[in-house]
Design a protein around this ligand. Structure first.
Ligand code: HCB
Length: 209
């Protein structure tokens, strides 16, 4: 095919082509693309398109899952490629997708980029109960807690976690993000910072710590 490698990556995510995604990522590297370019210019536009099609009922959940798995397979390879020399830690960040929410692709990207920029990241995973987040933040004395939520129904759980952290007297910065979250919402629930994407998360955390 004569298509640009970015376009082929996008298509592979849309069609959920898990078999060929690793080879396409290698091809992109061979052409000189950086890991972040592969993600931002190749893979993510595919997932965005899948989201739009899902919203219009043009594709259904199994297809979205295939696309998500394709994205994750590609990202595993990107993560490897991004591993640099271990730098002195700039701080420790606890990350979690809040309870009720199993979307974790975006959170995983944020974790990878933070690690890549010298932060120590403790990733509690997805669908994490507020109790567990609060207990871990207390136990580890982390510099910041980053929460992720992708749905209007779970976004409110971030408010709960922040309130619980404050009530427990834990002095840590809080960051929130995820597709539906906005700066206004972050302000409303008392989060210290909002990040629209992973690069912004790194920049804002850096500015804070
Ligand atoms: Co899902 N889903 N989904 N889904 N899904 C969304 C999120 C909808 C918007 C789709 C839609 O209807 N238009 C929708 C939510 C509607 C709403 O509430 N407004 C939705 C729904 C409804 C559901 C189910 C309920 C569907 C069902 O079962 N009927 C179900 C939820 C189950 C549950 O959580 N309890 C569901 C399931 C799934 C999967 C499993 C098929 C799959 C997730 C796989 C996985 O994550 N392992 C999935 C996916 C892939 C999506 C879409 C298509 C893409 C999400 C994604 O990964 N985006 C999404 C459509 C959309 O978002 N428009 C759809 C790419 C990442 C990179 O973006 O925003 O997550 P991101 O992260 C960015 C950014 O926000 C920021 O940095 C990241 C990188 O730049 N960031 C942070 C993220 N977290 C941060 C935290 C910080 O502290 C700071 C920055």
């Amino acid at each position: 095919e004569n298509l640009d490698i970015r376009e082929r990556l996008t298509r592979a995510v849309i069609t959920g082509d898990r078999e060929n995604i690793a080879a396409l990522v290698e091809e992109a590297f061979a052409q000189g693309l950086e890991p972040l370019q592969v993600s931002n210019e190749g893979l993510l536009p595919g997932l965005e398109e899948v989201g739009r099609r899902f919203e219009k009922n043009l594709v259904f959940l199994p297809q979205v899952m295939q696309s998500a798995e394709t994205m994750q397979a590609a990202f595993a390879r990107l993560k490897e490629a991004m591993k640099g020399a271990p730098a002195a830690s700039r701080g420790t960040i606890l990350m979690a997708t809040v309870e009720g929410d199993i979307h974790d692709i975006g959170k995983n990207i944020v974790c990878t980029l933070l690690e890549n920029h010298g932060f120590e990241v403790i990733d509690l995973g997805k669908n994490v109960a507020a109790d567990r987040i609060v207990a871990k933040a207390k136990e580890l004395g982390v510099d910041a807690v980053g929460l992720s939520a992708l749905m209007t129904t779970t976004m409110t759980e971030m408010e709960n976690v922040i309130a619980r952290l404050r009530a427990a007297g834990i002095r840590t910065f809080t960051m929130v993000g995820g597709a539906v979250v906005t700066q206004e919402y972050a302000d409303q629930i008392g989060a210290d910072l909002y990040a629209r994407d992973a690069m912004e998360a790194v920049a804002r955390i850096r500015g804070l710590l």
